[in-house]
Design a binder for this molecule. Structure first.
Ligand code: 7TS
Length: 400
């Protein structure tokens, strides 16, 4: 699908055509996104919001157009519920820190799940440590399905927030966010969703999901690195104190007292990453043009094809066989260490991920050190999967 749009894929790595299967770590960038950065820096680069000159106004307009586009992309109710951050990690830290200041106290409880990326564990741990709150964990089964039926048992009157990943980066599980939100809202508990692995693979509608916060990174959706999004419902964002202080986020500053700007500026201190916001806008236009439903269907075909082909390899064990899966396949090959296999696969020009994928508790739960992980994007092909299978057979023969 649209392979020709991605210049990086034309190259050879180690004398083989590059096969890029590390899309859960970061996706490649299409020409339109690269060009939008060149255009920005060549024609309108300037600081935004406070300028009266033409370039500043043009940059401000494009920046705010991007916000509108993000709003449409995830179907948020209001533009001011979209906050630009550095990425998912930054978005989670923002909410964990501000939420803790306002709502956590000694004995409060925060619920996360057993399949979170470290980014959705550590900020909550820090918040809990500071406030002497308790972090509770919703378990999963050995296939990678969350035990959602146990959520009600974990919730108490002290539970303040639930934070859960939409799609597991280590296992590919798509979690039933709507169901989790429905349960949480029975008790008036807000739900934060880590959407890092979801937004460029499945259509996301935050109003349909009814989640209270939703975070994602541009670089995992064909946009530049260093830009991300935090969506928050107005009623929650209004209640949270600012995360960082500085320019842009104020209404009036005196030495005695500062009043803060309106949403979303309250949470956007300092000069924002204008160029990459414009790059993100361009990536969203690109995804819309290709069509997310079509991307989902295509990647799902790749997932099914690869799952079938990899399962045929003797000694290959799939890790993560949940009922609902996105385009991520983790596996181990006999007793071969993932690093050794990954190192050799790179010699065939195949880029995939090895290790714990920043989800060590998942590995602990499954009693393994790590996995090899293949993750798809819209430009991958069945032919690349065939080449992967062939290379795995060669690697296995070398190492066993
Ligand atoms: N949440 C999930 C579910 C992720 O997969 C990642 C990154 C993050 C949060 C953090 O995103 P960042 O953009 O702020 O770094 N996941 C991966 C991965 O699977 N391999 O490399 C990075």
């Amino acid at each position: 699908m649209r392979r020709e749009d991605f210049p990086i894929l034309e190259q050879q790595v180690n004398n083989y055509p590059l096969i890029y299967f590390d899309n859960a770590a970061t996706t490649q960038k299409p020409n339109v996104v690269i060009q939008s950065l060149v255009d920005y820096y060549s024609t309108i680069n300037s600081n935004i919001h406070r300028g009266i000159h033409s370039l500043s106004m043009l940059a401000t307009m494009q920046f705010e157009e991007a916000r509108e586009n993000v709003k449409e992309f995830i179907n948020a109710a209001h533009m001011y519920e979209i906050i630009f951050t550095k990425g998912t990690t930054d978005s989670i830290n923002l909410v964990a820190s501000s939420f803790a200041k306002q709502f956590l106290c000694e004995g409060s409880e925060v619920i996360i799940t057993e399949m979170e990326h470290h980014s959705n564990i550590v900020p909550w741990q820090l918040a809990c440590e500071e406030k002497k709150a308790i972090l509770k964990v919703l378990p999963m089964d050995s296939h990678g399905n969350l035990h959602v039926e146990k959520l009600k048992d974990l919730i108490t009157e002290k539970t303040k927030i639930i934070s859960v990943t939409h799609v597991s980066n280590a296992l590919g599980t798509i979690n039933p966010i709507k169901e989790i939100v429905e349960i949480a809202h029975l008790y008036n508990i807000p739900v934060f969703v880590d959407g890092a692995q979801a937004v460029s693979h499945i259509p996301v509608d935050v109003q349909y999901l009814d989640c209270d916060f939703y975070a994602f990174s541009g670089h995992k959706m064909y946009a530049p690195m260093g830009i991300g999004v935090l969506y928050g419902k107005e009623k929650w964002l209004e209640k949270l104190p600012p995360y960082q202080g500085g320019g842009e986020m104020i209404e009036k500053v005196t030495f005695e007292k500062t009043t803060y700007g309106e949403l979303p500026f309250k949470f956007e201190a300092g000069t924002p990453n204008v160029a990459d916001v414009i790059g993100l806008n361009s990536a969203i236009n690109y995804i819309n043009e290709v069509g997310l439903r079509g991307i989902y269907d295509y990647e799902h075909q790749l997932l099914e094809y690869a799952t079938e082909k990899l399962s045929e390899i003797k000694g290959l064990k799939l890790v993560g066989t949940a009922d609902e899966k996105s385009a991520i396949i983790s596996f181990n090959l006999n007793k071969i260490h993932p690093y050794d296999a990954g190192f050799l696969l790179d010699k065939y020009g195949i880029a995939l991920r090895t290790g714990h994928h920043c989800a060590q508790p998942v590995m602990d739960r499954l009693g393994i050190d790590g996995t090899l992980r293949v993750s798809f994007a819209l430009y991958n092909t069945k032919d690349e999967i065939d080449k992967l299978v062939e290379a795995i057979l060669n690697v296995r023969a070398m190492l066993l």
